[in-house]
Design a protein around this ligand. Structure first.
Ligand code: B12
Ligand code: SF4
Length: 464
């Protein structure tokens, strides 16, 4: 069968292209079984005509879309546009998995895959190729002509991650992706997260299927994939995109030893304050890690405890950033503004905590309620979201769909645009001004304009 994967990356702030792990792996799985695949990657510019031209060129049997909730309004439009072609159209990824009702709503969509789909999607494609009954495959829901949906039970989490083939980076034109992202490749050593933050889609994905959600690849299997990428592409550093890289400290320690010996190029990870300590940071640092990113999200302990289900204290957050710095690592903090129940005063606590920590770089998003999460339900229950909130209303994380009397939209936007400026104005006015421009209304345009000189600017602003 000929399968055209479709990945949209529209309105995602930052200007870098990205590799989608799920699509890469599914493409490898299909190719290993003799199917042909290509990718239509719609990056930055909305170009439905280019998409239709790709369909005509490749002549696929199946259109296979991935979507998270921030992209689904774009994906839904493409599905509708391609409907007259009469091809089998399927969608997978976080949105379809956590909001399967979208199958009924999206015109032209024939099926969705729920959760991890290495087994179910291959079975679907093989069944379609053989002309068999594709309507009873675990993990796949199908829609009839009259709109009736067959809901099959989800599959199990695959426990042996080493049994999954390395991702197909070739269909992404991967060298171009690397170069757009400061010559970094991305990599994952694990799947899942043991924590349960109320705003995050990861724990919700963990509740979808049977079996253990947090799983690790063997260290050698991950190292072998990195070597494969380094053999084929020019790469200067690696970003490990695991939910929390330091879930298992012993694993990290062993990984660092092997990594230093066999790979030895700079890398970055995301971690969580409770799952790392000075020793872990030292192992990472010794192995060539240059920066760790940790979520602060909100500086208000009360909001974190009551609304976000994040029970760490501010003291612990400060200590972790301190430990990382003492271990010679640069730090980056993740922050969100516009949570349900948040007030401007609470947001100023986030500013104050960041000022105290003074991370080398900062990321700030506006909260978006994703289906399947506790804060989505709370937002609806409290009337912060309209009951008619539909797929079309999901937006990128630079605006809010919430309407909250105690924190109006204009204040949220204002706090978002000035967050990094407010943090850095006390320590580095140069950095504060660069961030002010980045988070301004015209930030995205500016990022594109400054693309040729973005590396020195990043060095200046973030020390990266
Ligand atoms: C790595 C990662 C990224 C990477 C890589 C993007 C990617 N999706 O691969 C980067 C940094 C680029 C990224 C960007 C963003 N991300 Co992200 N990301 C993750 C993370 C940590 C891991 C995802 C992953 O690779 N898992 C491993 C792979 C193998 O699994 P998978 O991608 O889910 O794919 C499997 C199934 O979903 C399914 N599947 C997926 N696609 C398809 C398609 C078909 C046809 C089929 C059949 C099946 C299928 O099969 C795959 C194989 O089993 C998750 C958290 C999580 N644990 O899920 C957040 C997560 C997916 N991201 C999220 C968000 C919000 C974003 C951004 C909007 C952030 C932003 N910058 O504003 C962007 C959106 C980018 C985009 N265009 O989609 C949210 C999505 C929430 C939601 N409900 O929509 C998550 C859940 C994190 C969170 N805080 O809630 N992300
Ligand atoms: S620690 Fe990170 S990945 Fe895990 S549930 Fe919380 S936000 Fe999601």
């Amino acid at each position: 069968m000929r399968v055209l994967f479709v990945y949209t990356d529209i309105d995602v702030k930052g200007g870098a292209r990205s590799y989608h792990f799920g699509i890469g792996i599914l493409s490898s799985v299909l190719k290993t079984s003799g199917h042909q695949t290509e990718l239509h990657y719609m990056f930055n510019d909305w170009d439905p005509e280019g998409f239709m031209a790709h369909i005509d060129r490749f002549n696929p049997d199946v259109l296979a879309y991935t979507s998270d909730s921030s992209q689904v309004r774009h994906v839904a439009k493409l599905i509708k546009k391609a409907k007259p072609k009469g091809l089998f159209q399927i969608m997978g990824g976080t949105h379809a998995s956590l909001y399967p009702k979208c199958l009924e709503k999206i015109e032209g969509l024939n099926a969705i895959c729920l959760g991890e789909s290495e087994i179910s999607f291959l079975e679907l494609i093989n069944t379609l190729a053989a002309g068999g009954n594709h309507k009873s495959i675990p993990g796949v829901w199908c829609k009839e002509e009259d709109g009736t949906v067959t809901e099959n039970a989800p599959g199990c989490f695959q426990q042996d991650l080493d049994a999954i083939p390395f991702g197909d980076r070739k269909i992404f034109d991967y060298q171009v992706v690397i170069e757009s992202d400061y010559n970094r490749m991305t990599m994952m050593m694990s799947r899942g997260c043991p924590y349960d933050c109320n705003y995050c889609g990861s724990p919700a994905m963990g509740k979808l299927s049977e079996g253990k959600y947090v799983r690790f690849r063997s260290i050698q299997n991950g190292i072998d994939e990195i070597k494969r990428v380094l053999e084929n592409y020019k790469v200067k550093s690696i970003f490990f995109a695991d939910d929390v890289f330091t879930i298992d400290r012993k694993y990290v320690k062993n990984f660092c030893k092997v990594y230093k010996k066999e790979i030895d190029i700079p890398f970055e990870v995301t971690t969580r304050v409770e799952s790392s300590n000075y020793d872990t940071f030292m192992h990472l640092s010794d192995a060539g890690c240059t920066r760790v990113a940790m979520g602060i999200e909100s500086g208000s302990e009360e909001l974190r405890r009551k609304a976000l289900n994040r029970k760490m204290t501010n003291k612990k957050i400060i200590q972790s950033f301190d430990d990382a710095r003492k271990a010679g690592l640069k730090t980056k903090s993740y922050n969100i503004v516009g949570f349900p129940y948040e007030t401007r005063e609470m947001h100023m606590e986030t500013v104050a905590l960041n000022q105290m920590i003074n991370p080398d770089s900062i990321v700030c998003y506006i909260f978006n309620p994703y289906p399947g999460t506790a804060l989505f339900d709370i937002s609806l229950k409290e009337g912060f979201l309209s009951q008619g909130f539909m797929d079309d209303d999901f937006i990128s994380r630079t605006d809010t769909p919430l309407s909250m009397p105690q924190f109006p939209r204009k204040d949220i936007l204002n706090c978002y645009r000035n967050f990094a400026y407010n943090v850095y104005k006390v320590t580095s006015i140069k950095k504060a001004i660069i961030y002010k421009a980045y988070y301004s209304r015209f930030g995205e345009g500016l990022i594109r304009l400054l693309d040729p000189v973005k590396k020195p600017i990043q060095r200046l602003a973030m020390g990266a």
